[in-house]
Design a protein around this ligand. Structure first.
Ligand code: ZN
Length: 263
């Protein structure tokens, strides 16, 4: 898009009000280059969403998922510093996804620079959460490539996206009240082949997600050749961090419909 057509807004990293550039979330070379369908999922909430999911209105967006969220310098800097390690992980995870089924645990062998991968994921979350979320300490950490001053309270988790999933999701910070438990505050990006979750001062919304915040212990140049052990999780509902399988959803739904019929 020509420079003068780009929207003016607040950059989700540095906070400047300026012309924004399109930030692909996930990066374009991580299988995010095709037309995506942006469903108006809020129309589903509170309804029989499982039955209505294929009819929900929305619009097509060419060239991949993402938004005008970052100024050009922030987009270029973080993309060139951190993007390739995320792309590497996505390319290693995609073949694993082709073999795994929901509920299985899968090893994905990677050769990454963990600090860069962690920072790429956090940049994506800054974009997903929008400018109202900007935490200055987090932005400082992300805009200094070698910084290891990850603000306390932020955690990042990974899962493998199951190929039987019915949806892809991206959510800003969401709260969920656990019965008899503390509240979870998190943001999620679920896009094949990976599920990413960031929590803020909060436990993990699902014990099957693998915590990778310790990637922050690595230096800017440090490599890590290992097997990442990930749970394969199905993404079906409009509710972030819900990994119920199709069978589980259908079982619950028919139970609910039956009890309604009895009423
Ligand atoms: Zn910026």
């Amino acid at each position: 898009m020509a420079n003068q057509e780009r929207p003016v807004g607040q950059c989700c990293l540095c906070g400047d009000i300026t012309r924004l550039s399109f930030e692909h979330v996930p990066p374009r070379s991580a299988f995010n280059n095709d037309t995506v369908f942006l469903a108006e999922i809020e129309r589903l909430l509170g309804h029989d969403w499982w039955a209505e999911m294929d009819k929900v209105p929305g619009k097509r967006q060419q060239g991949g998922a993402g938004q005008y969220t970052l100024c050009e310098p922030c987009n270029n800097k973080t993309g060139s510093w951190y993007g390739s390690d995320y792309v590497h992980l996505a390319r290693r995870a995609m073949p694993a996804l082709a073999q795994a089924a929901a509920g299985e645990v899968v090893g994905v062998s990677v050769d990454i620079r963990p600090l860069r991968l962690l920072k790429q994921i956090l940049v994506m979350f800054c974009s997903a959460c929008g400018p109202n979320f900007v935490f200055p300490e987090l932005a400082r950490y992300l805009l200094n490539q070698e910084s290891r001053e990850l603000p306390p309270g932020h955690d990042v988790y990974l899962g493998l996206y199951d190929r039987g999933s019915r949806a892809a999701r991206q959510s800003g910070l969401t709260g969920r009240l656990e019965l008899g438990n503390s509240q979870c505050v998190y943001s999620e990006i679920a896009f094949p082949p990976l599920i990413l979750v960031m929590t803020v001062n909060s436990p993990s919304p699902d014990p099957r997600l693998m915590r990778v915040t310790w990637f922050n212990q690595f230096g800017w140049r440090d490599r890590w050749q290992q097997m990442l052990i990930l749970d394969c999780l199905q993404v079906n509902s409009p509710y972030p961090a819900s990994y119920a399988t199709r069978e589980e959803i259908e079982r619950n739904r028919s139970r609910r419909l039956q009890s309604k019929a009895v009423d």
